[in-house]
Design a protein around this ligand. Structure first.
Ligand code: ARG
Ligand code: ZN
Length: 478
């Protein structure tokens, strides 16, 4: 095969990124490649997300993750095997996975041993044979160690969080790389099969449906969880502990599975008891519940400083209140089914989930959304404590930096954007917009520009003044 000048350059530059012992092997591989018909180049090490440029990787999309994990809360050691089925979007001589900490014991691609090296949270894999554009390929990564949580740019903790007698995994925005290798950016959603093997006496909970619970015969229990609908990797969870488990279904038949940590109110409290009713309410307002299962995980209070809308089964720290249960449920439509294209689009998650709280409240004896909107403008905290926050500090579609993607303007001013649309469009068009948005982007990804274009098309209105003042404008709209 003739190598073009360009690929020679890329092959040389690749050498500079390798550890010395790998260089000789690479040169041998380069020679071997001249006899093959496939020629790849390295996949990008990041997707250039405006806030997390190294999150995710270029050159492939994942269809399915199979994670086989064994965890012992006694010593905090995780043994993992990840089987990642992906499709190459270009010829690949190497590709990256995001993975932080832990020890990689071995990597295979298409069944053959693959070379790998690690720099920061990038795991670079070089398959024995280059991958063709369009090729569906299987990567297996065996790993182990004590997973460590990460500190977010805003100072909160995420990733694998060990607690007194168990562990909880939460991954927004980039924490999932602390416990499994993957393409950790919301733009690459995939199906999951996660098997958690834990010592007898512990429960292990993840997303989706529990396919089986098996006594392994060696003093352990294996829990096999299945998510058929696509999941963004930040929404994948694993929870290990001594839990009270409750199962059931919503009135329309969505299976429920709720796990509450020992030491918390066994039933998860009165707000969680309303989850079935809330699922039905959400389906009426936003369209059919998007997943095959629902539920919740209640971790010991103070496990985390926040809750997370992990798919089908949000994680709460201690018994949640009604607003919080509703908020994390609303994310199943807004964020989980319709996911952000980049971390800049967080207000599409948080503004919508916050507005869902306002809608629930106005239909269940609380203040109207209009009253709340006015209270925010007036800074009147008697209606909503959030009115006393710096909700107008920056425009929600343009957080100043990665430390701001979960800050109050993203939530409150984001919700106020929706209320402004409702004021302009009226209830009929506004609710049709919400339903249409969810239906047309179901199990997909969307950006702010996608939303503003969609809203104008769907309502037939010119909403540029709303976008300018509320979404993008630097000045406070007060
Ligand atoms: N998405 C979560 C929620 O609003 C909050 C996550 C906060 N994470 C953080 N790093 N501050 O339900
Ligand atoms: Zn939220």
């Amino acid at each position: 095969m003739r190598l073009s000048g360009r690929s020679r350059v890329s092959r040389v530059s690749r050498v500079t990124r390798l550890a010395a012992p790998a260089v000789a092997a690479l040169l041998a591989l380069t020679t071997a490649c001249t006899g093959s018909t496939v020629q790849g180049r390295p996949g990008a090490s990041g997707l250039r997300d405006p806030y997390f440029p190294k999150a995710g990787n270029g050159g492939y999309q994942v269809d399915h993750y199979r994670l086989d994990l064994a965890y012992d809360p006694g010593d905090g050691v995780l043994h993992g095997k990840a089987v990642i089925t992906a499709r190459a979007e270009q010829g690949l001589s190497s590709f990256n996975l995001d993975f932080s900490g832990l020890k990689v014991e071995g990597v295979t691609v298409q069944g053959a041993g693959a070379r790998f090296n690690r720099t920061g949270s990038e795991l670079t894999v070089r398959p024995a044979d280059d991958l063709r554009t369009g090729e569906v390929f299987r990567t297996e990564v065996a790993y182990s160690g004590k997973p460590k949580a990460l500190s977010d740019p805003d100072g909160s903790e995420e990733g694998w969080i060990p607690v007194e007698d168990g562990a909880f995994a939460v991954g927004e925005p980039v924490g999932s790389m602390t416990w499994f290798p993957g393409n950790h950016h919301p733009s690459d959603k995939a199906a999951y099969d996660i098997t958690l093997t834990v010592p007898k006496g512990y429960e292990a909970v993840s997303n989706g449906l529990l396919r089986s619970r098996t006594d392994t015969g060696d003093g352990r229990t294996a829990f096999a969880w299945h998510s058929a609908e696509p999941v963004a990797s930040y929404l994948v969870t694993a929870a290990v502990g001594k839990f009270t488990v409750a199962t059931g279904q919503t009135p329309s038949g969505v299976p429920l599975y709720t796990a509450v940590a020992a030491g918390e109110a066994e039933d998860g409290g009165p707000a969680l008891a309303r989850l079935p009713e809330m699922v039905e309410w959400g389906a009426e307002r936003f369209g059919p519940y998007p997943f095959a299962a629902a539920g919740a995980i209640v971790a010991p209070s103070e496990t985390l400083a926040y809750a997370l809308e992990t798919q089908t089964r949000p994680v709460f720290s201690g018994v949640p209140n009604e607003e919080l249960v509703l908020h994390e449920l609303a994310h199943q439509w807004f964020g989980n089914s319709v996911s952000p294209k980049s971390w800049k689009d967080m207000w599409l998650n948080e503004g919508f989930a916050t507005y869902a709280e306002w809608l629930w409240a106005e239909e269940h004896g609380g203040p109207s959304a209009q009253r709340r909107f006015e209270a925010f403008l007036a800074g009147d905290t008697s209606v909503d404590a959030g009115a006393g926050s710096d909700w107008d500090a920056f425009p929600p579609a343009v957080p100043p930096g990665p430390e701001d993607i979960s800050a109050s303007p993203v939530y409150y001013r984001g919700a106020m954007v929706l209320h402004r649309i409702r004021q302009e469009a009226g209830d009929a068009k506004f609710f049709a917009l919400l339903r249409g948005w969810v239906a047309d982007h179901r199990h997909g990804n969307a950006s702010t520009a996608d939303f503003t274009a969609y809203a104008e098309r769907k309502t037939g209105l010119d909403l540029s003044k709303v976008w300018d003042a509320w979404l993008y404008g630097k000045d406070s709209p007060r």
